[in-house]
Design a protein around this ligand. Structure first.
Ligand code: MG
Length: 245
């Protein structure tokens, strides 16, 4: 599907029924945000950790300068591209450090919105349409950082009553099941729901169990657990301008 198809669908969405009967939902990671900057900063700080500096000084230096691309998923690809040759303990330490900090408040401020993402969300907001961020991030470890980052980037944020930030209470639940279960009661409250998401596994479950949700696939990066969905509206990680709608 082409960008013009998405724009046509959004135009229909914006012009149908009253704003309050519609809801637009955005995933955060790899939908609105390029998270590679978060990973890059975490790896950089990991390189300065005492255990890496003392036990693996040469590899720690290489880790410090490592480039992380917007097209990377997690840290594996960046580590494969590096020429770091180390034992398992090194990679275990790096992975542990990354896991601990990627899913935490502190580094969320390094995320950068994809081109056009802020004005895209703002367009729906200023049309009076309720906005929900539906993220696999868990509230306990990531709420303050998420709120801070959204506000800092210029996205509409709670406690504005037009905006909800929906986060996991139980981090052990899979993102797909959690989102499907949160969407089910929500969709009944609105006449039209538009949902932007990058992860095919989540899209698959929502399509199956919440068929009334209009899904737009954001083609950025994903886990690779499923192929890109076909026959769906899609945009790449450059959000189109809606100013002419
Ligand atoms: Mg995502």
């Amino acid at each position: 599907m082409k960008t013009t198809d998405v724009l046509r669908r959004i135009e229909e969405f914006l012009s149908s029924v009253s704003p309050k009967k519609k809801l637009v939902i955005f995933d955060l990671d790899s939908t609105l945000y390029d998270v590679s900057w978060r990973t890059k900063q975490i790896l950089n700080d990991c390189a300065n950790s005492s255990i890496l500096k003392s036990e693996f000084p040469e590899s720690a230096k290489k880790l410090k300068g490592l480039s992380v691309l917007s097209t990377d998923w997690g840290i594996k690809e960046a580590l494969i591209r590096s020429d770091i040759q180390e034992n398992l303990k090194f990679f275990d330490e790096v992975r542990k450090f990354w896991m601990e900090h990627f899913f935490a408040n502190r580094y969320l401020k390094y995320d950068r919105p994809y081109d056009g993402a802020v004005s895209f969300v703002q367009h729906f907001y200023s049309s009076g349409i309720p906005i929900a961020y539906l993220t696999g991030r868990d509230r306990k470890r990531m709420y303050e950082g998420s709120l801070y980052s959204l506000a800092q980037c210029g996205f509409p944020v709670p406690p504005d009553p037009q905006v909800q930030l929906i986060m996991k209470e139980d981090r052990e639940v899979s993102d797909a099941i959690y989102k499907r279960d949160r969407l089910r009661p929500i969709v009944d409250q609105y006449e039209e729901v538009l949902f932007f998401e990058n992860e095919p596994r989540i899209i698959e479950l929502v399509q199956r169990d919440c068929p009334s949700v209009n899904i737009v696939f954001v083609k950025s990066v994903h886990s690779g657990v499923r192929e890109d969905p076909e026959h769906l509206l899609r945009i790449d990680s450059r959000f189109p301008s809606l100013s002419h709608l």
